[in-house]
Design a protein around this ligand. Structure first.
Ligand SMILES: Cc1cc2nc3c(=O)[nH]c(=O)nc-3n(C[C@H](O)[C@H](O)[C@H](O)COP(=O)(O)O)c2cc1C
Length: 207
């Protein structure tokens, strides 16, 4: 099948777009507002976009609390979402009023960060402390800006629970990261394999 997105007439029961762009990592974003209150919510419009400098982004459909807090404070934290935290993560996505902590709603523990004022999720095995470098509302082809708010941050500090380290490497089969598929579907990464990049165009990657 093929359809054009201009009128989005895919003829399917549900829009397939987000199911195709998947699995998406989930940035579990914690922030602290100017009044000191904290916020925690999952964002699957999330990814790393550069290694040097280390930049990550999340995109908020409208100016939600996480984006507003990150922009106002200039800081946010990305906590690693894992299989064992799936239910807590889902609870933290509840539309709580600004100022109400989703840490409490989800039964999670706040741990202090080193370089930013926002807390991290103590139960999560990894967290990235970030400072906002820029934010913007992306444009569509036709020109007008969308309602989405993209927040980009530079990672200034990294927390890793040693339980997911083996021989100096973060082992994701131990962390069991949770990712977002389409619809209401999620996936867990447990099956990890290695491939080395070919040294030359005619080199084989087979042992
Ligand atoms: C797994 C998951 C991923 C989500 N990803 C996004 C996203 O990328 N962008 C977005 O605007 N909302 C996303 N949401 C919904 C927000 O988490 C939800 O609207 C939340 O209440 C926002 O909270 P905040 O206003 O405290 O930031 C997601 C929800 C879940 C459960």
């Amino acid at each position: 099948m093929f359809y054009e997105t201009e009128d989005n007439r895919h003829g399917l029961a549900h829009d397939p777009f987000k199911a195709i762009v998947s699995p998406r990592p989930i940035g579990w974003i914690s922030t602290r507002a100017a009044d000191g209150t904290v916020n925690l919510s999952p964002y699957s419009f999330f990814n790393a976009l550069s290694d040097r400098p280390k930049l990550v982004m999340f995109s908020s459909v409208g100016m939600k609390h996480s984006a507003a807090n990150a922009i106002e404070s200039g800081e946010f934290v990305c906590n690693l979402a894992t299989a064992s935290l799936a239910r807590a993560l889902n609870r933290s996505s509840a539309p709580a009023p600004r100022g109400v902590s989703e840490f409490a709603i989800a039964g999670l523990t706040e741990a202090e960060c080193r370089l930013v004022a926002a807390p991290r999720v103590a139960e999560s095995p990894a967290a990235l402390e970030c400072r906002v470098t820029e934010w913007f509302r992306p444009k569509s082809l036709a020109g007008p800006v969308s309602e989405n708010v993209v927040v980009i941050g530079q990672v200034v500090g990294v927390h890793i629970d040693e339980a997911i380290l083996r021989d100096g490497r973060v082992r994701m089969e131990l962390a069991e990261p949770l990712s977002r598929l389409g619809y209401m579907d999620y996936a867990v990464t447990r099956d990890v394999f290695e491939l080395f990049r070919p040294a030359a165009p005619d080199a084989s990657d087979v042992d």
